[in-house]
Design a protein around this ligand. Structure first.
Ligand code: MRU
Length: 335
């Protein structure tokens, strides 16, 4: 399959003939293949196994998982439990499950609600992109981490949505994508999205970020989030906190783009965010190629928490939260 010519038609998730189809992100950028889900259990497995990943995309997939189960007349409590257990950190998953439960309790068809969540996600990302683009100067060299792009959402992306919107506004931007060890979302997914869109992108390994900042080669950092606490502390892909510390040292603006569905106002600060720990294989090697000694201890946390004081602003679809703290977050999100 010719990846470039297919790119315009690529959708992260799609509803086809009563099934949920998910682009298999484990196989990008090498091939475009869709995985079909017919039940909530299959959808939960696809989330757990990283067929689909990225906070808003996980939420959308879970909503369709409930719609599949409802259509099949299955046990919705079991479906909710399986989906809720698929991954722990991205709060969008739990937000979507709660929204589906409330909609169905109110008598709304499950599929209609899942499709609404999907459509709204794209509109939200475009709104966020508009607010975020205003923060990006013409000629800006933008560093990003992990993949917060179209692949992590229903479309357009959060952090990459800001970048896309800046480009669409005529700004001559360029992107530095950190490869994002150990799962390589930056190298495999963000670099691919940017190449498809012809947005200039340079791939670097994570440990090059400080050097680039010190050399004056980064003007701004924009990343996504998996869960933002009431005080603005934000969990995102492991390595994000390191970037925020470096950005403060080098006086580089550090922005997090996150929709309202990524905020968890039930927790006062980031210390309450559950951090997923993933398999040792991701650290000891890649793609079946092992490089670390057998018997070595491995620690593989998938996310870290950036304290609000290191975040220049949170970019949401309701507007910008500058220098976030509990009061400023509540002003924009708390209604
Ligand atoms: O483990 P992943 O690939 O699901 O982690 C994704 C991220 O950390 C993204 O940056 C985050 O979900 C924001 S996506 C719009």
């Amino acid at each position: 399959m010719n990846v470039s010519s297919e790119a315009a038609a690529v959708q992260t998730l799609r509803w086809v003939d009563g099934r949920l189809e998910l682009i298999d992100q484990r196989r990008l950028p090498h091939e475009i293949v869709y995985v079909s889900c017919r039940t909530a259990a299959e959808t939960a497995a696809a989330i757990r196994d990283m067929v689909v990943r990225g906070a808003p995309a996980i939420g959308c997939a879970a909503a369709f998982g409930i719609a599949l189960e409802a259509a099949a007349g299955g046990n919705l409590n079991t479906a909710h439990a399986a989906l809720a257990a698929s991954r722990p950190t991205a709060v969008n998953l739990f937000w979507a499950l709660q929204r589906m439960r409330e909609a169905m309790d109110a008598g709304h068809p499950a599929l209609q609600e899942a499709l609404a969540i999907y459509d709204e996600d794209i509109a939200i990302n475009r709104a966020m992109g508009g607010f975020g683009a205003a923060l990006i100067a013409d000629g800006a060299r933008i560093m990003t981490h992990c993949n917060a792009g179209a692949l992590a959402t229903a479309g357009h992306g959060t952090a990459l949505g800001v970048i896309r919107s800046a480009r669409d506004a005529g700004k001559r931007i360029s992107v530095v994508a950190n490869e994002t060890r150990p799962y390589l979302q930056g190298a495999r997914l963000t670099a691919w999205e940017m190449v498809q869109e012809k947005i200039p992108v340079t791939l670097v390994t994570d440990n090059m970020a400080g050097h680039l900042m010190q050399q004056g080669k980064i003007d701004v950092i924009v990343v996504g989030a998996d869960r933002v606490a009431a005080n603005g502390d934000a969990a995102n892909k492991i390595g994000t906190y390191t970037l925020a510390v470096l950005a403060a040292r080098h006086k580089i603006p550090f922005y997090i783009a996150a929709p309202v569905s990524t905020f968890d106002l039930a927790i006062p600060d980031g210390s309450h965010i559950p951090i997923e720990e993933r398999h040792a294989d991701e650290v000891t090697g890649h793609g079946g190629n092992r490089w670390a000694a057998h018997g070595v201890e491995v620690f593989n946390p998938a996310f870290d928490v950036t304290p609000a004081e290191l975040i220049t602003a949170l970019i949401t679809e309701r507007g910008i939260i500058n220098a976030p703290d509990t009061a400023r977050v509540a002003q924009i999100i708390g209604y």
